[in-house]
Design a protein around this ligand. Structure first.
Ligand SMILES: *[C@@H]1O[C@H](CO)[C@@H](O)[C@H](O)[C@H]1NC(C)=O
Ligand SMILES: *[C@@H]1O[C@H](CO)[C@@H](O)[C@H](O)[C@H]1NC(C)=O
Length: 449
């Protein structure tokens, strides 16, 4: 019957109680499971709750002592010497792994050619010897990175459990420097914290890795190491080489120290492909470092010396009707004010004073070419000339060529690492430069959390 306490009892969704506490572990050594449960509070006419009533998590004790009887063996052995199958004869039972459901307690009668299934194994029994998966309620479940069985949670390439690869940047480049002499050439720095490093090339040259202490991890001092797995910088480095010729490096990471990737040149370099994933906060310093070493990564950028391409073809005048008639530029929202300035100053990667040299509309974007004059805030070095991108044909605010602005922009790297851009967000911060604006921005700089 309906509870009288509430006016309209059958309205609204049903609700879960909070989770009960975790049970003790199913085993006292090695791996086991513990369980917790909750109940669905459901009034007459309500939908059932959505979700599981039970949750299982891995519990891990130190390994069982050598010679300890395995959990499944123990469960089979419980039937030793007891009459089963309605027969008087008794048997010695050992696990049998050839039966269809590995989470049934299938036991072989020792010395006989039959097995018997005694129902489900106990929760926490491994699905098969040496397997990582465990049986729970008769199902073989793997342990997610969140420690829950069957959650399906996995680490992303940034090392975050259940993440979406958005806490790190993907760096992918081809090193094409031909090399003027035989010997070691720097290819790239791979900062500590990098994950999923892959390097490959097809030539008789050899990849080399140097640790931050100046010692080689691989192929150092003109001696070529054997292919295999090397333990260094807190991870495994898998090095392969074959006669094709081809060489590869695979490193799961995260690395505990910086690595310097080099190539030992013996013939012209046909190109060395490398990639790795780097935590966001390390990307700026990394880029600054490689730029200092003369390996610019941000691309493509305008060249400093050349004169402009024919401006008339790339510059579209700023006018509301300059695009298609069905796509007029609407007035921009008013984005003045201290709060707006503060928000954008503090959350942007770069704040600088720049002169707009040109504006180019292509596809659904507007590209400004700017000359950076004064940098207030930067996450990594800026060049004198940069491209700043804005979304759409009518970005807000719209910048006019030949004028100077204070800009707060974000760095945007595409997931595949091929595009690395400065982005002026919609309704972002772009104010005509003036001495007053300059002092307001300097003030904002001191207010960031
Ligand atoms: C993360 O990136 C890797 C490599 O590109 C990809 O295989 C994986 O599916 C991505 N993970 C997520 C959660 O997007
Ligand atoms: C390679 O980089 C290292 C570390 O920055 C530097 O000490 C060394 O001089 C470089 N070697 C060459 C050949 O440029």
């Amino acid at each position: 019957f309906l509870h009288a306490g509430r006016g309209v009892a059958a309205q609204g969704p049903s609700e879960w109680t909070s989770w009960g506490s975790w049970s003790g572990c199913s085993s006292s050594c090695g791996r086991g499971v513990s369980v917790r449960s909750r109940r669905c509070i459901r009034l007459l006419g309500q939908e059932p709750c959505w979700g599981n009533t039970h949750e299982y998590r891995l519990c891990q004790f130190p390994d069982c002592p050598p010679g300890a009887v395995a959990f499944r063996d123990l469960q089979c052995a419980l039937y030793n010497g007891h009459p089963v199958l309605g027969m008087q004869k008794t048997y010695q039972w050992v696990p049998f792994y050839g039966a269809p459901n590995q989470c049934d307690l299938n036991c072989l009668a020792e010395g006989h050619a039959f097995y018997h299934s005694f129902g489900r194994v106990l929760d926490g029994t491994t699905c098969s010897p040496g397997a990582q998966e465990l049986c729970v309620a008769g199902h073989c479940l793997s342990v997610g990175c969140d420690g829950l069985l069957g959650s399906g949670a996995r680490e992303d390439h940034c090392g975050r459990c259940g993440g979406t690869n958005d806490s790190c940047f993907f760096v992918q480049r081809v090193f094409r420097d031909a090399g003027a002499f035989t010997g070691y050439w720097n290819v790239t720095l791979i900062p500590a914290g990098a994950r999923h490093i892959r390097v490959a090339h097809q030539s008789h040259n050899h990849l080399a890795l140097m640790g931050s202490d100046g010692h080689y991890v691989l192929n150092g001092n003109w001696a070529v190491s054997r292919p295999g797995t090397y333990q260094a910088v807190g991870t495994h480095i898998v090095y392969t080489r074959d006669a094709r010729p081809e060489e590869t490096l695979h490193v799961a990471g995260p690395t505990s120290h910086d690595l310097l990737l080099q190539v030992l040149l013996q013939e012209p370099n046909p190109g060395i492909k490398f990639e790795f994933w780097l935590p966001r906060e390390l990307y700026g310093p990394f880029q600054a470092q490689v730029q200092a070493l003369g390996w610019p990564l941000r691309q493509p950028q305008p060249r400093e010396v050349v004169h402009f391409p024919t401006l008339s073809t790339i510059l579209t005048p700023c006018a509301p009707h300059s695009t298609t008639p069905t796509d007029p530029c609407l007035p921009c929202p008013d984005t003045r004010g201290r709060a707006h300035r503060l928000l954008h100053y503090c959350s942007s990667d770069f704040v600088f004073q720049a002169r707009v040299l040109g504006r180019h509309r292509q596809n659904q974007e507007t590209r400004y070419e700017v000359r950076v004059q004064l940098v207030y805030k930067n996450q990594s070095p800026l060049r004198v000339r940069e491209y700043v991108w804005a979304l759409g044909h009518c970005p807000c605010p719209l910048l006019s060529p030949h004028r100077e602005y204070l800009l707060a922009v974000q760095r945007l790297v595409s997931p595949d690492g091929t595009q690395d851009r400065l982005l002026l967000p919609h309704a972002g911060y772009a104010r005509p430069w003036s001495p007053a604006e300059d002092s307001r921005v300097r003030l904002a700089a001191r207010r960031c959390p």
